[in-house]
Design a protein around this ligand. Sequence first.
Ligand code: PGA
Length: 269
Amino acid sequence: MRRVPFLAGNWKMHKGPKETKEFIVELFAAIAKDTSLKGFLKENKVELGIFPPFVSLETAGREIASADISLSLGAQNMHWEDSGAFTGEIAGKMLMEVGCKYVILGHSERRHIFGESDETIGKKMNKALEIGLKPVLCVGETLEERDEGITETVVKRQLEEALRSLREHENIKDNIVIAYEPVWAIGTGRKANDEDAQSVCAYIRKFIEERFGSTAAEGIRILYGGSVKPDNAKGLMEQKDIDGALIGGASLDVGSFLEISRNTIEALQ
Ligand code: PGA
């Protein structure tokens, strides 16, 4: 059975509460007019999600709760404790309180600009799963690492560290999403070609199979991220191990976000 594709918009540091509300109103109005997409959403054949900045989450949560179209909500980061003296940080439980179902963990901008380590990402993974928040775990190599031919080694290390304390019986397939995002493809307009993206996603699935068994591997959703746009989405979604996309720039505009969604549906048919 085909896994339900997930199109997740990572808004990064864009859109405060006002713009967030405008986006959601516009998105729902456009979906309401699109019977095909509306049907797919209703039958859970595709999942759309947005990941706005922290201050916009409550507004987004409220808008989503009052609508009859399904849209998942997630945050872009969290702390690994429930509360405490951690100035400037946000706890996972607080995110759930405003309606978040997902949280992005280990995005390369967090790793490279803010110095997040595999170890802290592992702690956040454990906490998110403990409280019932679903992590979208990001992994991916830099350009130097790709040129050195160590993409799989890097991805394997990131997966091992992030998933270290999880056990086979934990419901990996429904509770974790993995996003393969080559660092050199993020925000650069330079998407990985479909075959290379597929090959790393297949490697990730094999890693999950060896570590957690075949049910986990067959069910877990693996997304590709890095310069996904309306014109390149279909080719990606046709790859057998790619189950959706983590979309940065192109998710900020309702038109392009929906075009990516429609192209994904087309790839499924
Ligand atoms: P991009 O960002 O689509 O703008 O390249 C993707 C991401 O960082 O998640």
